[in-house]
Design a protein around this ligand. Sequence first.
Ligand code: FDA
Length: 427
Amino acid sequence: MTNHRNAQPSTHYDVIIVGAGASGLYCALTAGRRGRRVLVIDHANKAGKKILMSGGGRCNFTNYFVEPEHFIGANPHFCKSALSRYPSWEFIGMVEAHQIPYHEREHGQLFCDDSAQDILTMLLDECTAVGVQIKLNTQINHVQTTDHDKAKRFELITSKKLGKKDVASESQSSQTRYRCESLVVATGGLSIPTMGASGIGYELAQQFGHTLIATDASLVPFTFTDKTGELIRSLAGISLPVIASNERISFKLPVLFTHRGLSGPAMLQLSNYWHSGETISINLLPDVDVTDILLTRKKSHPRQLIRTVLAENTDNALPKKLLAALQTQLWDDIKDTELANIKDERLSELGATLNGWQLKPSGTEGYRTAEVTRGGVKTDEVSSKTMQSNLQEGLYFIGEVLDVTGWLGGYNFQWAWASGFVSGEVV
Ligand code: FDA
């Protein structure tokens, strides 16, 4: 934060929203519709960058089946009120009113047919229609409260965000002072810093006495070192349906082997529930009991080899390359031994491993690729009905900056729209 004593005279708004992302824009258009004078400030050179990159460029903007169980946070009840007041069909209604073509994919996920740009254009058009002003390339240098006149309760000192070549000509006169009655923090989490993510929301929360729940990268691929890492990397490109689980939860979804570790929906979902140092379990053949098959086959076809049985299991066969790699790692010593000559215990052990491969990730790919940030502003200190701070009147936190993290599947945007809406109704 830079010197703010020489900032220019103030400019007054009813509501200032910091962050022109999903939640900030939704709060802005909702408050604008109520006739509030709204300014949205963002340090990025473009609004809604994460919307544009979401859903592989098609934005998984919501889900038909939104339940509080699809969200995690220290207080699992916090999200209920906003989600019930702003259900997914409200957002779908807006998408349809703007004639944006969309489709449903598995598990109720809704995507644009054409481009995520359609969603951003819709939000920006709605903002423009109700007179919302958006200031980009703007850096917040200082936020403070003034002790008089509720309407000018907050004061923000900002300056134009300078590019490298502008720094030499920086002058104090580039600073602007804004005042507002309601200040909304919609700055998202720490994921993908190159898209404008910063920790300013957490800093502001702490400035006003809020507690933070420890943050971590989430909806993120796992990484592995040691021999397992080598094995996984050698299988890069393979995808198969599995059950990925830990002590808390299970997901039956595809896993993807990559050059960095394990990704795909099963792993991203599980990452929301994973803590450093924990083991995860992957059932590579979720629809069959491998022990049962091997023991039954030992009786009926005692001369068969393990790989023949597993490759024959046509409905659920493991990809050949994966089967070969697993053989090298798990039963290389008995790879040419007939079932009749393998002890039942060994077959049961192998079956248990294939139905529950125990892996210890060395970590995750981190904020560089994570879709969301878990943790954030503690929700016990924020009203679940309005998103207003319990510690500072007129201060609001919405979207991902709060300790509310959704599953993969459009839930994080639904939280952004819902928390933006309920705050926009009262700011
Ligand atoms: P969001 O990140 O949208 O906006 C925060 C804004 O604050 C940004 O514009 C940023 O520039 C601004 N800001 C930050 N620091 C600032 C500062 N210091 N000063 C001023 N402004 C500042 N979810 C989903 O439901 N479906 C999906 O398909 C996807 N896909 C997806 C793909 C990828 C690659 C990512 C990274 C994420 C997703 N997500 C997703 C998650 C989703 O994008 C995310 O949860 C929401 O955008 C969160 O909305 P917010 O408004 O809270 O933050």
